[in-house]
Design a binder for this molecule. Structure first.
Ligand code: HEM
Length: 294
């Protein structure tokens, strides 16, 4: 039994709404966080706190840093940050809307909502390209070891670090590819999800093969497709006991290691990027003891 936010280790839900808040009124931050702690159970609402907020509260969390923005081999990785990230999880979109209103009110006037991403499970857990996403996620004890911080410090044990990026797909471009080119982009066969040994070095799963890094770079991915009037894509979400594994994968995807760019960039690109620290839970409430709010 661990004291992580339970939604981190659970399979993705049918529906989700991702909320991003920024600081509006510094004088009421502590009270607002106190209200959030009782509303967010970590199961229906998973919460992450951003670098700017932790710095403002003078809370030093080992391993916490700002999302890296960089350009490599012509690929732009944007960093957009955020003070609080909430992942609302459920079966009913109506419930998620009401939960969002409740959270927004509880966080006001200290925080205002900056961005909302509506997401959903596609079939058995596919990306909108039609490929299964999450196949190589560690499970059981391996999932706990790779996603959760193990610490003697109260308020740290069971916490997690999450990297979040909204990716926008160009599905027309993807549809224009021959089936074999699509399979070589991902490195798996769409029809049966088999990994392709003869896929090129640029194939996504060749770039990110978790056991090929030194040290091995395992993360728990809980990404979900999103869509709105502006387009569609994947809201990429990866939990880790640090950001190191995610960063190693991102470096290799963008060719920073060996100038080989992940073929995914032919049809999709990230438009946001943020890092958040997800506190543990105690008795169904967020444990914010390390923030010393009182
Ligand atoms: C739009 C963006 C992305 C799409 C559509 C996508 C899709 C996929 C798909 C279809 C797979 C194969 C099945 C699986 O094991 O899950 C996969 C694997 C994987 N992806 Fe992504 N991915 C995206 C972005 C990223 C990013 C940004 C990272 C990390 C920086 C990442 C890390 C991984 C990892 C670690 C694996 C498993 C590799 C292995 O060990 O075999 N992905 N992804």
């Amino acid at each position: 039994m661990n004291n992580s936010q339970p939604g981190i280790l659970k399979p993705i839900p049918v529906s989700a709404r991702y909320l991003l808040f920024s600081i509006e009124d510094q004088s009421s931050i502590r009270e607002a966080l106190g209200r959030l702690a009782t509303l967010a159970d970590g199961h229906n609402v998973v919460v992450g706190l951003g670098h700017s907020l932790l710095s403002h509260l003078e809370t030093k969390i080992d391993g916490m840093r700002a999302f890296p923005s960089f350009v490599s081999c012509g690929i732009e990785i944007p960093a957009t940050h955020g003070a609080i990230w909430c992942w609302l999880r459920g079966d009913d979109r109506g419930d998620l809307i009401h939960k969002e209103r409740e959270i927004t009110q509880a966080l006001s006037p200290a925080f205002v909502i900056d961005n909302i991403v509506d997401a959903f499970k596609y079939k058995e857990g596919l990306d909108l390209s039609g490929y299964e996403d999450g196949t190589e996620n560690p499970e059981g004890d391996d999932a706990v070891a790779c996603a959760l911080v193990s610490s003697n410090q109260k308020g740290m044990d069971g916490s997690s670090f999450v990297a979040v990026q909204q990716w926008v797909h160009d599905l027309n471009k993807f549809d224009d590819m021959e089936p074999i080119e699509q399979d070589h982009t991902i490195g798996r066969r769409k029809s049966d999800n088999e990994e392709l040994d003869d896929a090129p070095a640029s194939a996504h799963v060749k770039r990110t093969a978790q056991e090929d890094f030194d040290p091995e770079a395992f993360v728990i991915r809980r990404s979900m497709p999103w869509a709105n009037e502006a387009g569609e894509g994947l809201n990429f979400v990866a939990f880790g006991e640090s950001f190191d594994a995610f960063e190693a994968q991102l470096n290799r995807m963008t060719g920073r290691d060996d100038q080989i760019v992940d073929a995914l960039f032919r049809f999709t690109r990230p438009i946001t990027g943020g890092y958040f620290w997800c506190p543990p839970v105690v008795d169904g409430k967020l444990d914010l003891s390390v923030l010393k709010l009182a």
